[in-house]
Design a binder for this molecule. Structure first.
Ligand code: NAD
Length: 257
């Protein structure tokens, strides 16, 4: 992909399934990656396994000071930041609406919405400080587009990610900053394994995957390839876009004609 070699990329949630795959893919494309996550042990392993010079920073994306610190650490190490994949996210509670507590709702919003807002704001501040624009990709979800009865906080947060996407793309366009999002479907990471039906053994990947047009679950690499494309110069005329990476799940009608 064009324009990734030598770039400095921050990936949040880089200890997890999709983030680790993106960190690896960007490094394979020649970028230097700063991996950010709460999980220090897995983070270190990811950063140390990258084929290009990498760096890792333990940070909570919902914390304003931590966000400034991970950008500062990237600049200290590599002198600049060009690319951001703001990907860290949590599923939160699977309580049905009447049982969903304010604390759970706020916890999901803090990571999935405030964390993305802080990451986008820090990216723009850094691009301005260094005097050159970069590109940003956010991780939405099929839950950015659809509803389900027991994931209200998560889905609300992922819809909000698209609000940040549109505002940031409008602001960034004239500055040469592109902002896009991926919307993954079923990817068997820790996050997906936490869903009650999967964790409780009532559901498995094959049943869900068989209802998608491509008849299989996605992988971190499936998502990472699209993230890398959106961050690359091959996507130079794309901004404000949400790209579904879900095996076609989002086009399936649940209402038969
Ligand atoms: P994952 O659980 O494997 O990875 C998420 C990572 O984010 C973890 O390593 C976790 O430690 C980190 N994290 C959580 N809270 C954090 C915080 N406050 N600060 C820093 N790091 C934090 O899950 P994943 O599937 O790789 O999820 C990545 C993104 O993809 C999430 O935004 C998720 O909502 C989205 N997504 C996943 C799926 C799926 O099926 N797996 C589907 C749609 C969207």
């Amino acid at each position: 992909m064009r324009g990734l070699t030598g770039k400095v990329a921050i990936v949040t949630g880089a200890a997890g399934g999709i983030g680790a795959a993106t960190a690896r893919r960007l490094a394979e494309e020649g970028a230097r990656v700063v991996a950010v996550d709460l999980d220090e042990e897995r983070l270190r392993k990811v950063a140390e396994s990258l084929p290009t010079e990498g760096h890792w920073v333990r940070a909570d994306v919902s914390d304003e000071n931590d966000v400034a610190a991970y950008v500062g650490a990237a600049v200290e190490r590599f002198g600049r930041v060009d690319l951001h994949h703001l990907n860290a996210g949590i599923p939160g509670s699977f309580a049905t609406l009447p049982a969903l507590t304010v604390a759970e709702f706020d916890k999901v919003m803090a990571v999935n919405v405030r964390g993305v807002f802080l990451g986008v704001r820090a990216a723009f501040r850094q691009y301005e400080a260094q005097g050159s624009p970069g590109n940003i990709v956010l991780t939405g979800s099929i839950g950015s587009l659809r509803g389900s009865a027991d994931l209200l906080a998560y889905q609300t947060s992922k819809h909000a990610v698209l609000g940040i996407l549109k505002g940031a793309a409008m602001y960034g366009g004239p500055l040469g900053v592109r902002v896009n999002a991926v919307a993954p479907g079923i990817v068997p990471t820790d996050l997906f394994a936490a869903t009650p039906d999967v964790a409780g053994g009532k559901d498995d990947m094959s049943r869900r995957a068989s209802s998608t047009p491509l008849r299989r679950a996605g992988t971190g690499d499936d998502v990472a390839g699209v993230v890398a494309f959106l961050l690359s110069d091959d996507a130079a005329y794309m901004t404000g876009e949400v790209v579904s990476v879900d095996g076609g799940a989002s086009i399936v009608s649940t209402v038969r004609p």
